[in-house]
Every structure is written in structure tokens, then in C-alpha cells.
Design a protein around this ligand. Structure first.
Ligand code: SF4
Length: 334
């Protein structure tokens, strides 16, 4: 039996050093492009990995060269005592970057505890600054709490803070420029994310994707010229731009119009313990039964190596072959 790898390199030579950990599939809002308003099935608590299991898997991943960890959901802040997990992961030797993606609704209450536990980087999901449109998109009247969460995070000293804005055409055009202004005033980068075919109801269609190029045009007309940020990290998913006037910048996760799979460095573990080599993967590997079934760390390392070496080139959204993954975004994690 070959020695488990010490680096996670796939068949295309891509080095994987980033692990996204979904700590729950539950969420406290209901974004219309993500999940239905009612009758959403969530995993039973017994199906969800414990903090100890997540920590063990993260430690194994770090021993395989992973040094970036991102906590996601559903909405991670609905998971009770999350700062306990944050401090476990922050203490892992070899972790260089620990980040979290949240919808911000519970952030004002939890920012201090998360910061004290060792978290420093935050991505906050916010598509609009308009109360009515927030209500229309999320089916919850919680914009004020998200804004309070952003202020609390700034006050704690989190940095960098980025705002993730999902750009659904026909829904958020009025918000593109106001969000960028909001970010410029606070030193927060706005990340515009192209709408991806990962929603639970199968509502996605190409006509509803507000592409990066279109958003760039709106920002240049609405605020001013932008320039590409030189020498960005080639494996980071975002296209980075800065305003020519020197005040702030924006990023684009252009999965549909400018896929970045050739530089992918990410693997994911779902809250119910399934290892996925890609957000759009049609297959996944059960790690939970090994974690709970007495498998050794070596066996799990070997399995992770096998999963990565079998990774496909990337999503096929722009091909006739594309098949949406059977698992929706909220149960995979961003
Ligand atoms: S779609 Fe899959 S392969 Fe492409 S960048 Fe995302 S996770 Fe990586």
C-alpha cells in the first residue's frame, strides 16, 4: 500500500492547500436563489460532525499540506459554541489562514467571542443595502442586524473583511454601485459573486447571471475607472480590481463567465462528513464513517489523497454536459 501523500496534488498538477469546512447546513435566513422558503430538510444533529471530529479531520488535512481553513454553512453562526471550534482550529500548527463566511445576522452578538478565539478574516454575505429588497431576497427583515454585525466586526479589528454579494440579474442591479460605495467608505472589499447553478429549487439559468464584465461597466460609470490589481495570488478565486482614485477595490468570483478551475486549490468537507473535491462534484466520499468507525489517521490521509488525485478538471457549467450537483449550496458550503 503506497505511503499516504505529504501534499495533495491532483492529476492536473494542482496543489490543494485550502479546506472549506461546513459546520452546519442550517440557516437563519432563506435566500430565494438558495433554498425554498418552507419545508427545507436539514440534517439531524447526530448526522453532523462534532467539533472533535472536525478538528481531527482538519489536523489530518493540515498534515497533508493544507494551511488555509474556511468555516462555512448553511450559516455557521447558528452552530452553538462556534468559538470553541474556532479556538481548536486556530491552535492547529500549520494553519496560516483561518476565515469564516457568514450572513452576518448573528455577528454583532458573536464578533468579540470569535475574535478572541483567534478568527481574523470574515466574508459577510450581503446583496443589498435596501431594506425592502433584503426582505424580498432573504424573506427575513434582518438588514439592520447585518449592518450592526459589520460595525461590530470592524470595531473588533477583524481584517480583511469582505462582503460577498450574489449578483442575480433582474434583482440586484440597483445595489451594485451603492454596495461599492459602502465598501469604499469602510475599507471593505465588495466581492460580486456570479449566480451559480447550485440552488435547491433549480431556478438557475444563464439569463439570470449578472456577469463580472457587466458589473465592472456599471461601477466604472457609477463611481469611476477601475484597474486590475497586479500580481494577485493566481490560486485565489477572485479577480481583483481597485478604483483608480485609490479608494478601495472590488473582487469578482466569476465562476460562470471566467471559470478559475485551472488554479483550484480547494477541497470541502460537508457538515455531515462528506469529502468533496469540487463545489460542483457529482460524487463525494464518506469520511464520517471512518472518523466514527475506528479508522486510523493514516487511513484517512490515504483516502483524502485518493479523492484529490481523482479530481476532475473543473465544473462544466459552460458545456452541454453540465449536470447540477444533487446537493444544494446550503448543504455544501461556499
Ligand atoms: S468549480 Fe470546482 S474545480 Fe472549479 S474552482 Fe470551484 S471547486 Fe475548484
Amino acid at each position: 500500500m503506497p505511503e499516504p501523500p505529504f501534499q495533495l496534488v491532483d492529476g492536473f498538477g494542482r496543489l490543494h492547500d485550502s479546506l472549506r469546512i461546513s459546520v452546519t447546513d442550517r440557516c437563519n435566513i432563506r435566500c430565494s436563489y438558495c433554498m425554498p422558503e418552507k419545508d427545507v430538510h436539514f440534517f439531524d444533529r447526530s448526522e453532523v460532525l462534532s467539533f472533535e471530529e472536525i478538528e481531527r479531520f482538519a489536523r489530518i488535512a493540515v498534515s497533508l499540506g493544507v494551511n488555509k481553513l474556511r468555516l462555512t454553512g448553511g450559516e455557521p453562526l447558528v452552530r452553538k459554541d462556534l468559538p470553541v471550534l474556532v479556538s481548536k482550529l486556530a491552535a492547529l500548527e500549520g494553519v496560516k489562514d483561518l476565515a469564516l463566511t457568514t450572513n452576518g445576522v448573528l455577528l454583532a452578538e458573536q464578533a468579540r467571542a470569535l475574535y478572541d478565539a483567534g478568527l481574523r478574516r470574515l466574508n459577510i454575505h450581503l446583496d443589498t443595502l435596501d431594506r425592502q429588497r433584503f426582505l424580498e431576497i432573504t424573506r427575513r427583515d434582518e438588514l439592520h442586524r447585518v449592518l450592526a454585525g459589520i460595525d461590530a466586526a470592524l470595531a473588533c479589528g477583524f481584517g480583511p473583511i469582505k462582503i460577498n454579494a450574489v449578483a442575480v440579474k433582474g434583482l440586484v442591479e440597483p445595489d451594485i454601485v451603492p454596495l461599492a460605495r459602502f465598501g469604499r467608505e469602510r475599507g471593505i472589499e465588495i466581492r460580486y459573486i456570479e449566480f451559480m447553478p447550485l440552488d435547491a429549487q433549480g431556478l438557475w439559468d444563464r439569463g439570470r447571471v449578472l456577469v463580472a464584465a457587466e458589473i465592472l461597466r456599471m461601477l466604472s460609470e457609477g463611481i469611476g475607472p477601475l484597474e486590475v490589481v497586479p500580481d494577485p495570488d493566481p490560486r485565489a478565486p477572485a479577480l481583483e480590481y481597485r478604483f483608480a482614485d485609490g479608494i478601495g477595490g472590488v473582487g469578482f468570483i466569476a465562476s460562470v463567465s471566467r471559470p478559475f478551475c485551472l488554479n483550484c486549490n480547494r477541497i470541502r468537507i460537508t457538515s455531515d462528513g462528506m469529502l468533496r473535491y469540487c463545489l460542483f462534484a457529482l460524487e463525494e466520499t464518506d469520511v464520517k464513517s471512518l472518523l466514527r468507525g475506528g479508522a486510523s489517521d493514516e487511513e484517512i490521509r490515504r483516502l483524502v489523497g485518493q479523492v484529490v488525485s481523482a479530481k476532475w478538471l473543473g465544473h462544466e457549467i459552460n458545456t452541454a454536459k453540465f449536470v447540477a450537483p444533487p446537493r444544494p449550496m446550503y448543504s455544501i458550503g461556499g
